[in-house]
Ligand binder design. Sequence first.
Ligand code: PRP
Ligand code: URA
Length: 208
Amino acid sequence: MKEIILNHPMITHKLSILRDKNTGTKKFKELISEISMILCYEATKDAIMHDITINTPLEKLKTKYIDEDDYAFVPILRAGMSMVDGILKVMPNAKIGHIGLYRNEETLEPVEYYYKMPSNIESREVFILDPMLATGGSALATIKKLKKDGVKKIKFLCIIASPEGIENIKREFDDVEIYCASKDRCLNEKGYILPGLGDAGDRVYGTK
Ligand code: PRP
Ligand code: URA
């Protein structure tokens, strides 16, 4: 199973601001968006390329292009929506599916409340978007739904992953690639990532 961690001074710098509890909603959202854009570049390193012939002002050129229709992006509501902005900067015509999940605060089990995917989802490569991969429960529930719908290639893009979350995905779905900006130390007893950034959804939407 492929596990890619963005390893770059600019990412470390941006994460330092993002993690800071004094960083406000506006900056927080901007940083999630910027890092998501970079995650998207990284996750499309092996993109399917199609042949095309174009005319430069000087000559004919046989070149390659990416068909955005080959892909679908699936943010896990709510916090995952904050990553869509950055993704659309890279793939402006991206098809977006939505899955609504929240973690039951006692059991930490994901509870589904919404599921709507673009047409022909089974023939697209799907990138799941969620800033936080903690226990992996939300990620696993999403992967299971997509696989049931016939999706064959899935990548999971997150800002911060816990070692436990990565292991849990690896154990069940060895074929799903994980891209994250940071793999943090561990989970605390309430299922929060340490050092982490707190509750991503609350910080994006200012709900606490
Ligand atoms: C957060 C986060 C993930 C989930 C990660 O969402 O955005 O979806 O927790 O935890 P897990 O790996 O243990 O499942 P939350 O359930 O707080 O919902 P929200 O996005 O609506 O705030
Ligand atoms: N969800 C979050 O938003 N933050 C965590 O640290 C864990 C789950």
